[in-house]
Design a protein around this ligand. Structure first.
Ligand code: HEM
Length: 427
């Protein structure tokens, strides 16, 4: 940590930080509520109160280009990478992506999407989602011998199938989606340029064309799925254009599995490392619905979100930030802030405190939070019933990058004894 403008510093693209961020966060959080980005422009918020307030502060925006030109703020063209007009595929997607809009466009689009994607619609999926999870776990156990590939064999197909079924993506297209989505979301990692950015762009073009074809088909032949509902949604008599439906479907598809898969992996790793906590879920002392909140608080799958200062007079943690300043909110650090959560480094499934910021806050609060909660709860319930002796088969492998924190590989030890596995999973 060195002092620049009197603030401690953090290097956000340090691979070592991505592997084990919490001790670094703790030291910085105690040092200051706002720290500087080493080798970058951002001011980084470390504490719960400041992160929470920043999510809700309308003087901060996810974007600035609806109000200012790059040159007005001294921001180099093509910053951030996901707003670079030379990346045509990314730009076409971001033009109508909810997270790249601010009021009034955001308000109108979000209302239309909410129309089609209500918490009630999600709750109605409960049984179907549970049946799917059971089926996929049985397949993962059957496929894996002495181990269960939790991420690739269960969590990925689970979240992907749930969101694809909801949207109405044909089975024949689904194998393409996970690799395309992984390539696209690379654009949001700090410092991505050159070949990786071009690859994200090519993947965005491919996915957008695939989705646009489905949207046009829904216009010709209405269907009883979320794509059909988005095509039909009306607020004040007005609906969505093809580009808007496609961008919305893309963000739902990507957000709909990337974060949930990572949250599942992070949660299962935490539970495997805390057998007494797992035992509380298995015994029914703590309901999985309650435990979900601690999973999301303790090791959130999305660690970093940004805002731009849009108005003068913004002071955070005693530091005045000029218009055009870029602010990074460290969700994982806010979730471990002892000012908000007593004994924050202790993983306690009965805590059930939904005051964490894993889903953000304010006008961009996660639209998929009810679905994500349902999926994680379903997995915990299922594993408690089917794998009460939860244990990792060996050391899991983290995926790199700080923005998306999860595991590339996390294998569980398969249930011992063929009789037990077969009988417990027969339906
Ligand atoms: C555990 C899983 C998830 C986590 C931790 C998560 C987290 C978040 C966060 C932090 C934001 C706000 C970002 C910001 O304000 O800058 C957000 C927004 C969003 N999320 Fe999620 N998410 C998850 C799952 C999902 C799912 C399953 C879906 C959809 C099916 C989804 C769809 C969205 C959308 C559309 C937005 C943008 C909302 C807007 O801009 O109005 N998310 N999510």
């Amino acid at each position: 940590m060195t002092a620049e403008a009197g603030l401690p510093e953090l290097r956000l693209d340090d691979p070592a930080l991505a592997l084990d961020p919490y001790p670094v966060y703790a030291a910085l959080r105690e040092a200051a509520p706002v720290v500087a980005e080493a080798g970058g422009e951002r001011r980084i918020l470390t504490r719960h109160a400041e992160v929470s307030a920043a999510f809700r502060d309308r003087r901060l925006g996810r974007i600035f280009w609806h109000r200012y030109r790059h040159e007005d703020l001294g921001i180099p063209p093509g910053e951030p990478a996901w707003n670079d007009p030379r990346l045509a595929g990314i730009a076409a997607f971001e033009r109508w992506e909810l997270l790249a809009l601010e009021p009034p466009e955001h308000t109108r689009l979000r209302r239309l999407v909410m129309e089609a994607f209500t918490p009630r619609a999600v709750e109605a999926l409960r049984e179907r989602v549970a049946t799917l999870a059971e089926h996929l776990l049985a397949e993962a156990i059957a496929a894996g011998g002495d181990r269960i590939a939790l991420v690739t064999g269960y969590a990925e197909p689970f979240s992907l199938t749930v969101i694809c079924d909801l949207l109405g993506i044909p089975e024949s297209e689904r194998d393409l989606l996970v690799p395309l989505s992984h390539r696209i979301v690379a654009i949001y990692e700090p410092g991505v340029r050159g070949e990786r950015a071009a690859d994200a762009d090519a993947a965005a073009t491919t996915l957008r064309e695939l989705i646009l074809a489905l949207v046009r088909e829904r216009r010709r032949r209405p269907a009883d799925d979320l794509l059909g509902a988005l095509v039909a949604a009306r607020v004040d008599g007005e609906g969505l254009t093809d580009d808007q439906v496609a961008a919305t479907a893309m963000v739902l598809l990507m957000a709909g599995h990337e974060a949930t898969v990572n949250a599942t992996g992070n949660g299962i790793a935490a539970l495997a490392a805390h057998p007494a906590e797992w035992a509380r879920i298995v015994s029914g002392t703590v309901d999985p619905r309650i435990a979900v909140e601690e999973v999301l608080r303790y090791d959130p799958p999305l660690q970093l979100f940004e805002r731009w200062v849009l108005e003068p007079g913004v002071t955070i943690g005693g530091t005045e930030l000029p218009v055009g300043a870029r602010v990074a909110m460290l969700l994982g650090s806010a979730n471990r802030d002892p000012r908000r959560f007593p004994e924050p480094d202790r993983f306690r499934v009965e805590r059930g405190d939904a005051g964490h910021v894993a889903f953000g806050g304010g006008i961009h609060f996660c639209l998929g939070a009810p679905l994500a909660r349902l999926e994680i709860e379903t997995t915990l319930r299922l594993l408690a019933a089917r794998l009460p002796d939860l244990a990792l088969a060996d050391a899991p492998e983290r995926r790199g990058g700080l923005q998306f924190r999860g595991f590339a590989r996390l294998d569980l030890a398969a249930p011992r004894g063929p009789g037990r596995a077969a009988s417990s999973l027969s339906r």
